[in-house]
Design a binder for this molecule. Structure first.
Ligand code: DHK
Length: 162
């Protein structure tokens, strides 16, 4: 890859600011039902996302909340601070019209991720209120779902920039 002048790299990072959102109970990842959600903690996932972001030349911010309203507030704020969103809305994936509406209001590209393969689990997890407004979904790869999701979002932004 060609060496980019520092100013150009900074401008590129500004145009590729990816917000990664973790919904309810994901603060417990690593200890919560490890057979389903894996043994990697959320702090480790966030650290891996930061490392990958700098490799990809994008900026990443991460945020976790157990509260639907806080997630909606953070999504609304992304209208002015992010250029794409990667989201694991946890259980709100299956229930939250408010999170869906907030994502739509941002008009930003959204990538939906899940640690587990929700389609292999209970029927109520097969429905996502985010899937049809997302660019795509990554499910079932544990912590790697987030890393694949970040790569996908960076790819979408790179294609937009052309
Ligand atoms: C996480 C949750 O907390 C569940 O409520 C979803 C998702 C699946 C995941 O696999 O990351 O149903």
């Amino acid at each position: 890859m060609a060496v980019q002048p520092r100013r150009k790299v900074r401008a590129l990072r500004r145009s590729r600011r990816i917000l990664v959102l973790h919904g309810p109970n994901l603060n417990l990842v690593g200890t919560r039902e490890p057979a389903i959600y894996g043994a990697t903690t959320l702090a480790d996932i966030d650290a891996q996302l930061k490392a990958l972001a700098s490799e990809l030349g994008v900026a990443v911010n991460t945020f976790q909340s157990n509260s639907e309203g806080e997630l909606v507030d953070r999504i609304q704020a992304a209208r002015n601070s992010a250029t794409a969103i990667v989201i694991n809305a946890g259980a709100y994936t299956h229930t939250s019209v408010a999170i869906r509406d907030a994502l739509l209001a941002t008009e930003l590209p959204v990538v939906e991720v899940h640690l587990s393969n929700t389609y292999k689990r209970e029927a109520f997890r097969h429905r996502s209120l985010i899937a049809d407004i997302a660019v795509g979904q990554v499910v079932g790869f544990g912590a790697d779902s987030y890393l694949l999701g970040l790569r996908a979002a960076a790819g979408v932004l790179a294609r937009h920039a052309r």
